[in-house]
Structures are given as C-alpha cells and as structure tokens.
Design a protein around this ligand. Structure first.
Ligand SMILES: [Fe+2]
Ligand SMILES: [Fe+2]
Length: 338
C-alpha cells in the first residue's frame, strides 16, 4: 500500500565483514560502551535474554482472551480524550483500533529488524562467540515477536468483529527501509527498541485501566526489547566505527529520511483507523469532526512512533556519541513529532 517507498540501494555490510570478524580481545572490550548509565556487553545481554525468555502460549490463547470492555492503549499514546464529539464507548472503540494498529505496525517493523540483525550477524560468525549468540538470540526473539503480534491480531479480529487495516505490505516496507545505509537502519532500529521501553515504562506499567492481556503483551515485549536496545547500541557503534564526520552526517540524514517514510505511512494509517472507526461505531462523522480526528490522531501516531523515541535520552545519547551535530539534528527534527 505504501507505493512511494524507495528500493534498490545496496544492502550489504562491507565494512562489518572486513573489520569486525577480525577483532581481538582488546578491540572487543572497546565494544563495551558507555551509554548513559549503562555499560553494555554481548555476554551480559545474552545472559539476561536467556533468563527473560518466554513463550507465546503463555501470553495469548486458551483462557487468555482480550477484554473488549477495557482500553488497550494508554491515553498518552492513544490521545482519544481530546475528541470530545465522541462518546466514552466510542473513545474506547478508537483506543482499541489504535491497539490493533500498534500490533500491525510493530509486526511490520520487526519484519525489517529480523533480516537486518541476521545480516549483521552473518559476517561475524568466526568472531566473538557471545556476540554471535546474542545477535542470534535477538533475531530469534524478533521472529517470535512477529508471531506474537500476528496471534494478537487474530484474537483482535475475532473479538472486535470488524476489519481494521494496517499499512503494508511488510515486504515492501522492509525492502524500502533496508535499501538505506546500514547505519541509518541500525539507528532506526535503535529508535524502535528504546521507543518500546518508553511506551511500557512511562505509560503502560502503572496504568491499571488497561486490558490485562494487552498489557501483558506490552510487558513481555518490553522485557525482551530491553536487551535489543542494548545490542542495537552496540550495532550502531560497530557500524559507525571508522566513518568520517561527513559519512555520519549522511547516515543521520538517511535515518531522518526513513522517519519521513514512516510518517507517510502513519498518515495513511490514520485514514485506515478513521474508516475502521466509522464501521465499528456505525457512525458517520461530519467533515469538521473528520478533520479534527485526522489532525489529533496523526499527531498521536507521530508521538507514538517517532517523537517518543526521538526525545528518548538513550537515543539522543547514542546520536551524541556519533557526533554533537548528529544529536542536534535529531533534537531539531523531534518537536514536529511530539
Ligand atoms: Fe520486538
Ligand atoms: Fe526488538
């Protein structure tokens, strides 16, 4: 559906292939980087991931059902309350549609994260054993998350009783994103991983009004994404190594370009959500109400998928570690998505 997305750029990792596989112990130690309060390593991250590991069957299916009498998304992301022409039950319906879109959009982004992480691991199989295992664990978890989001969408369709479309198809979006400079893609993935952290910790964890099953999905996803955020910080570090200031600047511009592609997708998603709402609520909004819906929901989507990450301190810290100019560029762009 997103036809304008670009394709056809080289998607290989030549610098990685030649440099990372031959790292000695001291160079590997250098990869344990300082980032904000944390010091990340492949070994420690793998150990945590192995402790966290959960099964889809423990989260959804059987008696674990979605409760459609409750909201699925925290209000800070859904932003349905300002739409005061909607009744309380209609706001909840829209909130649930946003929840379904969240499942779909996360499913989409994970479909480009998975091949990217595999491609990043592939040239390094002879290197640090912990690195290889941590990256394969990362990829395996993303494959599981894709499956998890699909299972929740099936449950949603069954219980909600109406169609709600999501942007796609995933292969087209993956192809368009992966056509960019690997460092720009790694920065985008970093953005997504920290975004998941922020959504759960800032908005979901303490919200007792949410459907427990949907909240459990967000919690379990967050638990594994916490390791991904660290590993992606290390991936960015590896891909940025040896680059000139100009090359870093170009990669940051490509990251912003990917952000604009996502933004175009979000505009389309708001249209889908409006259609789904109209069908589910059996209510035709007038032109002024539609306009308010589109404006408020576009900004809600922008905050959810772009602004909440672009203002995340750990994301900004990683951009700052590339160069002060890189951090400044993201800080300049972010307010449009907040
Ligand atoms: Fe994930
Ligand atoms: Fe992830």
């Amino acid at each position: 559906m997103i036809r304008a997305w670009k394709t056809n750029k080289n998607n290989s990792f030549p610098e990685q292939a030649s440099s990372v596989a031959s790292l000695n112990t001291d160079e590997r130690r250098e990869e344990m980087i300082e980032n904000g309060k944390g010091r990340y390593s492949y070994q420690a991250t793998l150990a945590t991931a192995q402790k966290v590991n959960w099964r889809i069957e423990d989260i959804i299916g059987g008696d674990k059902r979605l409760d459609f009498s409750k909201p699925f998304m925290p209000e800070s992301l859904a932003r349905v309350e300002p739409l005061d022409f909607l009744r309380a039950d209609e706001k909840r319906t829209l909130n649930q549609i946003r929840g379904a879109a969240y499942l779909g959009i996360f499913g989409l982004v994970e479909e480009f994260i998975l091949p990217f992480v595999l491609d990043h691991a592939r040239p390094q199989l002879q290197g640090d054993d912990y690195r290889v295992r941590a990256l394969l664990q990362f990829a395996g978890e993303e494959a599981k998350h894709i499956h998890l989001f699909k299972r929740f969408r099936e449950e949603f369709k069954r219980g909600f009783g109406h169609d709600s479309a999501v942007i796609g198809p995933p292969e087209t979006i993956a192809q368009a994103v992966l056509a960019h400079d690997p460092l720009a893609v790694a920065l985008t993935i970093l953005h997504i991983e920290w975004m998941t952290q922020r959504h759960y910790l800032d908005s979901v964890e303490d919200d007792q009004s949410l459907d427990p099953q949907f909240k459990s999905l967000l919690k379990h996803h967050w638990m594994e994404e916490a390791q991904h955020a660290k590993l992606d910080t290390l991936m960015v570090e590896a891909l940025a190594r040896g680059r000139s200031a100009r090359e870093i600047e170009a990669a940051v511009e490509e990251y912003i370009e990917i952000g604009m592609l996502i933004d175009a997708g979000l505009k389309q998603q708001v249209g889908f959500d409006l259609d789904a709402f109209t069908r589910a609520a059996e209510r035709d909004l007038n032109e002024d109400e539609k306009d308010q819906f589109r404006r408020a929901q576009l900004q809600a989507n922008r905050w959810t998928y772009l602004g909440s990450a672009m203002t995340h301190e750990r994301v900004l810290a990683t951009f700052g570690s590339l160069s002060p100019a890189a951090r400044k560029r993201v800080e300049e762009v972010a307010p449009a998505f907040c």
